[in-house]
Write a protein that binds this ligand. Structure first.
Ligand SMILES: Cc1ncc(COP(=O)(O)O)c(C=O)c1O
Length: 424
């Protein structure tokens, strides 16, 4: 930790951060107090206004799409540039520290974390590595992102698996009931999103994992929307596998993912892609061709040379968020989303898709405008002003709004005004 802090201090000292307006958060002044940073007397909206200054925005755009790509804060971006500069000079040694940091952040042991390239890679490692038999059944939702649909569909194609599909219900309890009702003696895995990409619904993962374990079924979580939007503790969640990425709510650079494999499951997942760092040693000559055992940790799944600059950037992103306060960030995103949901619910031409149950909703709001097709919004001149995601998936034809730490109530008010005017 000390080493990284020194690194960041060097970074700040060597750039003209004053011009970038980093004053408020303390990062431009004293990096040694980076992790101990406190609001410095700021509270409420003044605090968040100060946080917002750490981001840059596309001109004349209200960014409401952190669920696709999170904006990278200025200090993290500068750290990444510095990381690349050092890489360019041949400083390629990748320390163990980022992996430890990520494990701690996810509430896992460091031996349970593989650093992948994105969520989809983690999903593929599990979908292709588990020992399925023909006619085994997978329980999955009809609200999947292609990243959690294709790998399972492909494995089903290769190995003759079958699906049992459910629609997430408006409440966590009913969602759990729906899953339970699909379990048969052939069910081998429940493979669901932590938070759906369509409506932002939070699934009751702890209860799902516990149900799965009680029936001898594996539990896999597509956690693309977990880190940075909600508190995570893998051991407390109890799932067997959790695949995720840094480039959404963590506001880290794209190109780095994280895969959690519960330690008891390590040897159940076959490693199909191996190379440097995957094994304990090997011999390949005229007399002997042999391989020692695979690395005794999830590190075996991230083989070969990795991008040091991005991996350190992931650590920088986690530290940046910890500086602000993780619980504060989660609460901020949720409060903004709840505010937006309430305003939209008051519009008679809006059909709300995100549950109103508190524990089932988070930082994403999905809704439809009655009588307006997706094409209407695709062609709308305001679509680029409000950077939102249109959702053709699951035949929803809806809009998806993400609220994160840099967003403001004024932005949401402006967006609601816009939706009000789209009334047919
Ligand atoms: C729920 C969900 N799963 C998986 C993915 C794919 O993530 P990645 O691009 O990190 O592979 C996404 C991306 O938007 C997603 O929303």
């Amino acid at each position: 930790m000390q080493g990284r802090r020194r690194f960041l201090k060097h970074l700040i000292a060597s750039t003209s951060l004053g011009a970038l307006n980093l004053s408020g958060i303390g990062l431009g002044q004293n990096l040694d107090s980076h992790t101990d940073w406190s609001p410095a007397g700021l509270e409420g909206e003044a605090f968040w206004k100060d946080v917002r200054k750490q981001y840059t925005f596309y001109p004349n755009q209200i960014y409401l799409n952190s669920a696709t790509i999170g904006l990278i804060p200025i200090p993290v971006r500068l750290a990444i540039e510095k990381n690349f500069a050092s890489l360019a000079q041949g400083k390629y040694y990748l320390p163990h520290e980022p992996r430890e940091k990520v494990a701690e952040f996810l509430g896992a042991d460091v031996s349970e974390i593989s650093l992948t390239h994105n969520t989809t890679e983690g999903i593929n490692i599990i979908a292709n590595g588990l020992p399925f038999r023909r006619k085994d059944e997978i329980i999955i939702t009809d609200h999947e992102h292609v990243g959690n649909a294709f790998p399972w569909l492909n494995r089903a194609r290769l190995s003759g698996l079958r699906f049992k599909v459910f629609t997430p219900a408006p409440t966590a309890a009913e969602t759990l009931n729906r899953i339970a009702s699909l379990i048969t003696r052939r069910t081998r895995i429940i493979a669901v999103p932590h938070i759906t990409c369509t409506t932002g619904q939070i699934l009751p993962i702890r209860a799902i994992a516990s149900l799965a374990r009680s029936k001898g079924i594996w539990s896999f979580v597509d956690g693309a929307h977990g880190p940075g939007s909600t508190a995570l503790d893998m051991h407390d969640l109890g799932c067997d596998f959790y695949a995720t990425c840094g480039h959404k709510w963590l506001c880290a650079p794209a190109g780095i993912g994280m895969l959690y494999i519960r330690k008891e499951m390590l040897d159940t997942v076959e490693a199909h892609m191996v190379g440097a760092y995957s094994g304990m040693g090997w011999t390949l000559n005229h007399q002997e061709q042999s391989m020692l055992s695979l690395t005794q940790s999830a590190h075996r799944f991230d083989y070969g040379t990795q991008n040091k600059a991005l991996i350190l950037g992931l650590q920088d992103a986690v530290e940046f968020m910890q500086t602000i306060g993780l619980e504060k960030i989660y609460a901020r995103g949720r409060t903004l989303a709840a505010y937006l949901q309430e305003k939209l619910l008051a519009l008679p031409h809006v059909e709300m898709l995100t549950p109103t149950e508190k524990k089932s909703r988070g930082t994403i709001i999905g809704f439809k405008v009655k009588g307006r097709s997706l094409d209407y919004f695709r062609k709308h001149p305001q679509l680029m002003h409000f950077r939102v995601r249109i959702v053709p998936e699951s035949n929803l034809d809806s809009l998806r709004i993400s609220t994160h730490l840099f967003n403001t109530y004024a932005e949401l008010d402006e967006f609601v005004d816009f939706i009000e005017k789209t009334k047919p």
